[in-house]
Design a protein. Sequence first.
Length: 305
Amino acid sequence: MKTVAVMGASGTLGTSIVRMLLDRGVHVRALVRATTHRAKLEALGVTDFVVADLMDPISLQGALTQGPRIDAVISSAAGFTSHSRRTKDNDIRADIEGYRHWVDAAKIAQVPRFIFISILECDKAPNVPHFHKKRLTEQYLVEKQQPYLSLRAAAFLDRPRDVVAEKVKSGVFPDIAPGVAMDMIYSPDLARYAVEAALDLPDSAFNQCIDICCDIPATGPMLAAAFTRVLGRPIVAKPVFSSLLTPLMPLIAKIVPSLRDGVAVLFWIRKGGYVTHDRQTQEKWFGKLPTIEDSVTRYCQERKF
């Protein structure tokens, strides 16, 4: 039986990863914070919990060096979360210094596979803090010579705080970047790729970054049209933000520091930055890319629309 340690196991993506690992007969070690609610993971069948924190190197090393031997780690944790804000964690330290501790712990434990959930085109967004921090971790993995695979995920069709479902029920698809096409991915697909990377891919697939997305980039109206076809009723794309509010966002971000990263992400997306230039590598290692239509279909089925 293989053992995979999952950082960020209690999150939306992490839970999907854990479920798929358990379905494959893998022993899952869930790294959780002391404040993490474990009931959902326990219900899935997780029994191996280790309290660890990205800012506590000793706890991370202990989580990876105690038996059984760890065959791979999957890292979907991020400082940029509502949980971090509630617990008043420092997002920047968690996503930079904390992830360096995590990479160091994997290197010390001689973990043969480090699967890192990154962000599409993060190497081209130095002025977007949330994205650039992912790039810094990728660079640190190379520097430490830790065997890794970075899955650079596109925008989630099902966002961590899924506002799409309720809007679609009322006939609206929330469009955050009107007129701009961006790449998307349904998070269960990303979870499946992470599990395949941990268990199935050959060693030759490692030590690189792979963009993860659907077959084509999509605009809000394209996604609304897909929902219309799948549900058999009209779904219309509507802007999330008023056109009058958009020019004021940089000023708002200066007044409210917690919004700066989000505003930077929004402006970067609106400039067309969330589009891959390489779909071939994903197809090489993971097979045919999911289509927008198929992703929307499965999304609606799982939410029982």
